[in-house]
Design a protein around this ligand. Structure first.
Ligand code: SF4
Ligand code: SF4
Length: 147
C-alpha cells in the first residue's frame, strides 16, 4: 500500500462541497486529516495523508483537481540538503511521523519525504541547517500558497 501526503487548497466556491469522502467511496483510499484550517468564505486548507494503491491515489488526486481543488504534494515542497547533513541524529527523536530515522548498522539518518508532514521540528533542531527549508514551510500561511 502506498502513502502520499498532500496539501489540498479549497477556494470559497468549492470549500463547502463534500468531495473528500469520495476518495474513500469511489477510489478505495484511506485518508487521514493531519491538519486543517478554514477561513470562512475565503479558503480552506487541509493537510491529508492518502493511503491506497498508487494508481488509486493518482486517480483520486485527478478527481480532486477536476473538482477545482488545488493539490500540492508535500514531497515537492520539503527536502533535506544532503550535503549539509552530518547524520548526527538530533532530529530523529523529534520527528513525530518517523520521517527521519537513524539506520543501523551504518548509522545514517534516512529522510522519507512521503512521511513528512512539514511540522518544522527538525528545522528547529538541526545544527547544520540541513532542514532549513522545512522550517520555513508553512502550508497554512494566510494569503499564500506553499513555498
Ligand atoms: S518537518 Fe521534519 S520533524 Fe516534521 S515531519 Fe517532516 S521530517 Fe519530521
Ligand atoms: S539534525 Fe540535521 S545534521 Fe543532524 S541528522 Fe538531522 S538533518 Fe542531519
Amino acid at each position: 500500500m502506498a502513502s502520499r501526503n498532500v496539501l489540498l487548497i479549497f477556494k470559497s466556491s468549492i470549500m463547502y462541497k463534500p468531495v473528500i469522502y469520495k476518495l474513500a467511496k469511489d477510489f478505495d483510499l484511506v485518508f487521514n486529516i493531519l491538519e486543517a484550517k478554514i477561513l470562512p468564505r475565503r479558503e480552506g486548507r487541509i493537510l491529508l495523508e492518502l493511503r491506497g494503491e498508487e494508481t488509486a491515489i493518482d486517480e483520486g488526486i485527478r478527481f480532486l483537481e477536476e473538482c477545482q481543488v488545488g493539490v500540492e504534494r508535500l514531497a515537492d515542497k520539503v527536502w533535506r540538503e544532503d550535503e549539509k547533513c552530518t547524520h548526527c541524529g538530533a532530529c530523529t527523536g523529534l520527528c513525530p511521523t518517523g520521517a527521519l530515522n537513524l539506520m543501523r548498522p551504518d548509522m545514517k539518518v534516512v529522510f522519507e519525504v512521503d512521511k513528512c508532514v512539514a511540522c518544522g521540528m527538525c528545522g528547529l533542531v538541526c545544527p547544520f541547517g540541513a532542514m532549513k527549508d522545512i522550517k520555513l514551510f508553512d502550508p497554512f500561511a494566510e494569503g499564500r500558497t506553499a513555498v
